[in-house]
Design a protein around this ligand. Structure first.
Ligand code: NAP
Ligand code: FE
Length: 371
């Protein structure tokens, strides 16, 4: 029986110079652009300069908010929303990694809805959020094609996502050249985030024929870059493949979501400062071992597509690219497990774990980190 739904309401432009080649999309979207980026991404990638050029030649007024923080929290997006409202923005341009794109989604809501940012999580926005143009400068989150905005929740000591059909970007511009200024460490980190989206989407209980096809395409594309990632030498074609793989994986999770692997990773990011993709990478081998008997065919197929001979081979790859040792006490791990269980995506895991199983996966993973 074939049964699926697919909804990706984003105009996607992929390729060299796609921003300047499709300048008309900006004028179609609005007259006052509120640009959101971080301290490095917009400038170092060259994307901000391209956007400003396009806006200036189209006579579109603009304002640059370049204070998006890594793993942005509620205060950060509230400030952006307020400034966007004061400027009278009629659309938002997010330029950067997942942090900037996710913050752009929150500001798009807050600029036109006077509400405390905590209410974003109710996913009810009386006024339709401003249209968003998303320009990724990392190849990882796929946020340019998802409705999700993942924000740090200090009140809950974790990260939580919100989003509904109105927070999908209206358009996304993916130019691989914008990722060339990414340091190797962030390249590896974000590549593993994308690979994790494809893998988890493929294994999810919510997966279907279409999401599986996309997930496999993303994993096969990751395989082409695997050796380059391990060697630390990466060229334009690798960058192109990574950006493509991450966008396709984004379309997978836009509907299917992630699983307990992402949920566990949030604690390593929140409490240990481990980058998002790296957190998933460190936990991936033990996550797969835990699920092995419940999804053995799919795990075998996914590993093969991504270019790994076995679960151990994948673990060795992750240890090679993420050399740092991460330690946590038993009490901390027990807390991480409790916090993992508040995430909705846990239920989509092929073998749904409880607190003890989660603690066990985290403990075993950390024991071998930095080897
Ligand atoms: P990021 O936090 O956006 O960026 C990491 C670092 O890389 C930042 O310092 C950033 O600079 C810098 N950077 C980005 N692009 C650059 C470039 N081209 N050249 C030089 N430096 C550059 O990293 P990310 O992994 O892309 O995003 C992570 C966030 O996305 C997390 O909050 C995660 O939870 C979220 N996420 C969202 C989704 C989703 O569906 N929405 C999915 C997965 C993850 P700046 O200082 O300028 O930012
Ligand atoms: Fe992710």
């Amino acid at each position: 029986m074939i049964e699926f739904r697919q909804y990706t309401p984003v105009k996607i432009f992929f390729g060299a110079d796609c921003v300047t080649k499709n300048a008309g999309v900006f004028s179609e979207t609005g007259k006052r652009a509120f640009i959101m980026t971080g301290k490095h991404s917009g400038k170092e990638s060259g994307a901000l300069a391209d956007v400003l050029k396009v806006l200036d030649s189209a006579g579109i007024a603009h304002y640059v908010f370049d204070s998006v923080k890594t793993n942005p929290g509620l205060e950060n997006v509230k400030r952006a929303g307020d400034e966007a409202a004061d400027f009278g923005a009629d659309f938002i341009v997010g330029i950067g990694g997942g942090s900037s794109l996710d913050a752009a989604k929150a500001a798009a809501v807050l600029a036109v809805n006077r509400m405390e940012p905590i209410l974003l999580y109710e996913n009810i926005f009386p006024v339709r959020p401003l249209p968003i143009i998303a320009i990724p400068t990392t190849a990882g989150t796929g946020s340019e094609v998802t409705r999700y905005s993942v924000l740090t929740r200090d009140d809950l000591e974790t990260k939580m996502s919100f989003g509904n059909e109105t927070t999908f970007p209206a358009a996304a511009f993916l130019d691989p050249a914008y990722t060339e200024s990414l340091p190797m460490e962030i390249t590896a980190d974000t590549a593993v985030d994308a690979m994790s989206h494809a893998l988890e989407g493929y294994l999810s209980k919510r997966s279907d024929k279409v999401s599986d096809m996309l997930a496999m395409e993303s994993l096969r594309t990751f395989a082409k870059v695997r050796t380059a990632l391990a060697s630390g030498k990466i060229d334009y074609t690798d960058r192109e493949n990574l950006l493509y793989a991450s966008m396709i994986a984004g379309i997978v999770i836009a509907r299917v979501g992630t699983t307990v692997l992402h949920a566990m990773g949030y604690s390593l990011t929140y409490f240990k400062g481990v980058a998002h993709g790296q957190a998933n990478g460190i936990l991936m081998e033990e996550y797969l071992k835990y699920n092995l008997d419940f999804a053995s065919e799919k795990i075998k197929a996914a590993l093969g597509a991504a270019g790994f001979e076995s679960v151990e081979d994948l673990g060795d790859f992750m240890r090679k690219i993420f050399g740092t040792r991460i330690s946590a006490t038993q009490a901390e791990i027990a807390d991480f497990a409790k916090l993992t269980l508040i995430q909705k995506n846990v239920k989509a895991t092929p073998r749904e774990p409880g607190a003890e199983e989660i603690a066990d996966i985290i403990r075993k993973s950390l024991d071998r980190s930095g080897e």
